[in-house]
Design a protein around this ligand. Structure first.
Ligand code: FPP
Ligand code: MG
Length: 354
C-alpha cells in the first residue's frame, strides 16, 4: 500500500500529509498535538488493515484483486480521517471507531467503481480504472461486492451504523440518479446541482463525522455540529472536485482532465458558463451549451477558456461560502486539537481548487 503519513513541522504543530497516490498531490491538515496525531496515525493503520482484511477474505483471489484495485491505488482516506477526528470529541479509543471508518471507506470506494463505469473513466487515483482493466460488467460487480462487504462490516457494529450507512448509500445513489436525470421542468439548474452534491458527497462526509462521534459516545450537540460541518465541507469538496476536473492536468489529479465536460456532466462551472451572457463568456458558452464536449479541439479550447473565466471565479466564491459555513459549524465545539485539524481541512479544500 503506497499510502503513508508523514509528520512534518515543529513540535507543537505537526502537519500531517496523507499521500494521495504515487506522484499525486498530498492531503494536508494540521494537528497541534502529538498524542492526537499518534492516535490518528495508528487509527488509520488499523483502518487500512481492516480494509485489506475485508477485501482479502474474498472466496476467490480474483475477486479480491478486482475489489482491491482502487483501494490499493491509494486515496486520501478523507472519510476515515473524518471518522477518527470526530471520535476525538468523545472517547476515541474504541475498536468500533476504526471498523466504522473502514465500512464508510468501503462504501465510498464501491461508489467509485460505479462512478467510473458511468463516466467511462480510464484512470482513477493515478492508475488505470477497474472498468478499463476488467470491463464494465466486472467493475460494477466489484463495486457491488464492496458495498455488500461494507454492509456486513457495519452489521457487526450495531444498528445505528447500519442505519447511517444505508441512509448514506441511498442518498449517494439518489444524488447520482438526480444528476443523470437532470433538473425537473421547473427546477433551477443551480439549485438542482446543489441538491445533487449534498446527496452524492455531503451526506457520506456528514455521516462519517456523525458515526465517529457516536461511536465515541460524544454528546448529541457535538454529533449534530460535526454532521453540519461535514455536510458543508462535502459540498465544498465536491465543488473543488468539479474545478479540478476542468483545471488540473491528469498528472496532478490522477483523473482524466475535463472528463465531466466530455461526459456532459453539468458541474457548477459548466452551469455558470452556460448562463454567462457577457461578451467575454460568449465563446465558452457556445462550446458548453450543446451537451457533451467530445470533439478534441473544442474540448481543449473549452478547458483553455475556463481557466480565466467568470464561471470559474464565481464557482470558487460559492465553494468558499460553503467552507465558511463548515468553519462556522465548528465554533460550537470545544477547542480541542481535532477541531483545529477539521478547520485546517477547510484550507486544504480551498488550496485544492486554487
Ligand atoms: C464521485 O463524484 C462519485 C460520487 C461522489 C458518488 C457516486 C455514486 C454512485 C455512482 C452511485 C452508486 C453508489 C454506491 C453506494 C455503490 P464525481 O463523479 O463528481 O467525481 P470524480 O471526479 O472522482 O469522478
Ligand atoms: Mg465521476
Amino acid at each position: 500500500m503506497s499510502r503513508t503519513i508523514h509528520a512534518l513541522g515543529g513540535r507543537v504543530s505537526a502537519k500531517v500529509v496523507l499521500r494521495k497516490y504515487r506522484g499525486g498531490r498530498g492531503f494536508r491538515f494540521r494537528i497541534a498535538d502529538k498524542a492526537v496525531e499518534e492516535r490518528l496515525r495508528t487509527g488509520l493503520e488499523t483502518v487500512e488493515a481492516e480494509i485489506q482484511r475485508t477485501i482479502s477474505c474474498a472466496s476467490d483471489s480474483r475477486v479480491a484483486e478486482l475489489a482491491g484495485h482502487v483501494a490499493a491505488a491509494g486515496g486520501k482516506r478523507l472519510r476515515p480521517v473524518l471518522v477518527l477526528l470526530a471520535a476525538e470529541f468523545g472517547r476515541p479509543r474504541h475498536e468500533g471507531v476504526t471498523r466504522a471508518a473502514a465500512a464508510v471507506e468501503l462504501i465510498h470506494i464501491a461508489s467509485l467503481y460505479h462512478d467510473d463505469v458511468m463516466d467511462a473513466a480510464v484512470t482513477r487515483r493515478g492508475v488505470v480504472s477497474a472498468n478499463a482493466l476488467w470491463g464494465n460488467r466486472m467493475a460494477v460487480r466489484g463495486g457491488d461486492w464492496l458495498l455488500a462487504r461494507a454492509a456486513q462490516l457495519a452489521a457487526g457494529l450495531g444498528q445505528h451504523i447500519v442505519h447511517h450507512n444505508s441512509r448514506a448509500a441511498v442518498r449517494l445513489v439518489e444524488g447520482q440518479l438526480r444528476e443523470l436525470m437532470g433538473p425537473g421542468p421547473d427546477e433551477d439548474p443551480v439549485q438542482h446541482y446543489f441538491q445533487v452534491i449534498a446527496d452524492k458527497t455531503g451526506e457520506l462526509l456528514a455521516s462519517s463525522l456523525s458515526l465517529g462521534a457516536l461511536q465515541a459516545n460524544a454528546s448529541t450537540a457535538h454529533v449534530d455540529a460535526l454532521a453540519e460541518y461535514g455536510a458543508r465541507l462535502g459540498e465544498a469538496f465536491q465543488i473543488a472536485d468539479d474545478l479540478i476536473d476542468l483545471l488540473s492536468p491528469s498528472e496532478r489529479s490522477g483523473k482524466d482532465q475535463g472528463a465531466d465536460l466530455r461526459a456532459g456532466v453539468l458541474s457548477l462551472p459548466v452551469l455558470l458558463a452556460r448562463a454567462d451572457h457577457s461578451p467575454q463568456g460568449a465563446e465558452l458558452r457556445a462550446l458548453v451549451s450543446g451537451g457533451p464536449v467530445t470533439d478534441p479541439w473544442a474540448h481543449q479550447r473549452a478547458l483553455d477558456l475556463f481557466r480565466d473565466s467568470w464561471a470559474v471565479a464565481r464557482t470558487r466564491t460559492m465553494m468558499r461560502d460553503r467552507v465558511a459555513h463548515a468553519r462556522f459549524a465548528l465554533t460550537s465545539l470545544p477547542p480541542i486539537p481535532a477541531r483545529a485539524a477539521l478547520d485546517s481541512l477547510c484550507d486544504f479544500v480551498i488550496d485544492q481548487a486554487a
